[in-house]
Design a protein around this ligand. Structure first.
Ligand SMILES: NC(=O)c1ccc[n+]([C@@H]2O[C@H](COP(=O)([O-])OP(=O)(O)OC[C@H]3O[C@@H](n4cnc5c(N)ncnc54)[C@H](OP(=O)(O)O)[C@@H]3O)[C@@H](O)[C@H]2O)c1
Length: 224
């Protein structure tokens, strides 16, 4: 299990919710933000929720420089500037996990539609701005932030994970410390173009059924 993770965009809904879960599991968390003050406020908020949390706040670049494992969870509209801002600060051989979904809503369109991305997916677009050798994964796209944030809940569903082999091993550990969540190896990073749009599908299902936490589960897998 990684002993530390930096969350770029960790002041936001899904980043903060995952930070809370990992803090409960005893993983040191650095909450990244474009603004030092917001990062520190979020770290303070997390300490209020998880008193034993080993958490701090930092500007995104400093957060990226200080950890071998990063989660990037920002709106698609901010993806390129964010990757540009952390690129030169990233550690050699860092593992970067991207949860960004190219939903149209991030640029004023529909939450149930996604943009086509020339590189194939948000994760592949992000990777294009990172140093060669960065181990990139896509994961956590189909979790609902409100469900993850409710620490009294165990989480149903699968985390479809694609990308670097070494990165996927780390994602697996990060998934398995969260009660009842299951890791699923979804292949190479190219498959992010299939996984990311599932979020838009789930948003539509949430709306039609009046719920907030539709998820996804693959059937037929062997027990692990
Ligand atoms: N919410 C969910 O349930 C969920 C689930 C799975 C995946 N996702 C995906 O994960 C990503 C983050 O989702 P979220 O709901 O956590 O988003 P969010 O709360 O809107 O944003 C996350 C953080 O990103 C930073 N940010 C906002 N606008 C930005 C911009 N234009 N440029 C750079 N940074 C910006 C903000 O941090 P600072 O202002 O502090 O820098 C914000 O707190 C999205 O791509 C979303 O589609 C969301």
């Amino acid at each position: 299990m990684p002993d530390k993770i930096a969350i770029i965009g960790g002041t936001g809904d899904i980043g903060f919710a995952l930070a809370s879960r990992w803090a409960v599991a005893g993983i040191e968390v650095v909450i990244g933000s474009r603004d030092q003050g917001r990062a520190e406020e979020a770290a303070q908020r997390l300490r209020g929720i998880v008193p034993e949390a080993n958490v701090s706040g930092a500007e995104n670049a400093a957060a990226a420089a200080g950890s071998d494992v990063l989660l990037v969870a920002v709106p698609f509209s901010g993806l390129v500037p964010i990757y540009k801002s952390i690129s030169e600060h990233i550690r050699e051989d860092a593992i970067v996990i991207d949860s960004t979904v190219p939903v149209e809503a991030s640029l004023g369109g529909k939450a149930t539609h996604v943009f086509g991305v020339w590189e194939g997916s948000a994760a592949q677009l992000g990777l294009a701005f990172l140093p060669k050798g960065t181990k990139m994964c896509g994961a956590f796209h189909t979790l609902s932030a409100s469900a993850v944030a409710d620490l009294s809940r165990s989480l149903q569903g699968d985390v479809l994970t694609c990308g670097s082999k070494a990165g996927k091993a780390v994602v697996r550990e990060l998934v398995e410390v969260i009660p009842d969540l299951r890791y699923v190896d979804a292949g190479p990073l190219e498959n992010a173009r299939i996984i990311e749009p599932i979020t838009a599908l789930l948003i539509g299902i949430n709306s039609r059924y009046g719920i907030h936490d539709a998820g996804i589960q693959i059937t037929g897998l062997p027990e692990s």
